[in-house]
Ligand binder design. Structure first.
Ligand code: ZN
Length: 207
């Protein structure tokens, strides 16, 4: 019995929790232990979705609500006095605890921002069928920046050549901009990623 309980605790502690900053942007993924430590210290609140609405709980409120609803399933941490529901998403109350990583300006991140879609014809391509295009060509004073470099397929790229889009009779499907944020890689690659994270990881898709 003791052993079984121990295994259960171990399994529970490997669960992962999505961390949002104060602007509700995903900034990290942490283990349950770290999440509880942030909650206990009052550095974070739990965000829990109930019937479509997001409710915020501080640690005490979360413990209370857990005891109220607790059936002690795998979604719970058993302590001596309490059953505590495992949070899936927490939100930081303090700034600068987990700074947002700047998105590096380089080829793959531009492809990612544009979802591997040529920004002229709108079709999706694999990486080696893509190129980067200066919307305003360099000899027109166009800069190598998030706002002026887009993903382009090789065909559109050669059609446009060294011209401005309107000179080539082409139009961008979207105005290029610097990505505002990007979840850490571990978020994107996390196998345990669960549906309660979706809202925060794909805000564009859902808004
Ligand atoms: Zn194209």
């Amino acid at each position: 019995m003791q052993f079984k309980r121990l295994l259960q605790v171990e399994a529970v502690l490997t669960r992962q929790v999505l961390v949002l900053n104060r602007c509700w942007q995903a900034v990290n993924v942490v283990g349950v232990k770290r999440a509880f430590s942030l909650l206990v210290q009052g550095h974070a609140d739990v965000i829990h979705q109930e019937e479509g609405d997001f409710q915020l709980y501080d640690f005490d409120q979360w413990v209370d609500s857990s005891n109220l609803l607790g059936d002690g399933g795998p979604e719970y941490l058993h302590t001596i006095n309490h059953l505590i529901r495992l949070p899936k998403v927490i939100i930081l109350k303090v700034f600068d605890r987990l700074p947002i990583k700047e998105v590096k300006f380089h080829r793959n991140n531009i492809y990612d921002r544009d979802k591997h879609r040529c920004q002229y014809c709108g079709n999706q391509f694999i990486e080696n069928e893509l190129n980067l295009d200066h919307v305003i060509p360099r000899h027109h004073g166009g800069r190598t920046s998030w706002e002026n470099v887009v993903t382009s397929c090789i065909r559109c790229n050669s059609k446009k050549a060294d011209r401005l889009p309107h000179e080539a009779g082409m139009r961008l499907i979207r105005k290029p901009a610097k990505p505002k944020w990007r979840p850490f890689v571990s978020v994107a690659e996390n196998k345990e990623k669960n549906s309660s994270w979706d809202y925060f990881l794909n805000p564009l898709k859902l808004s």
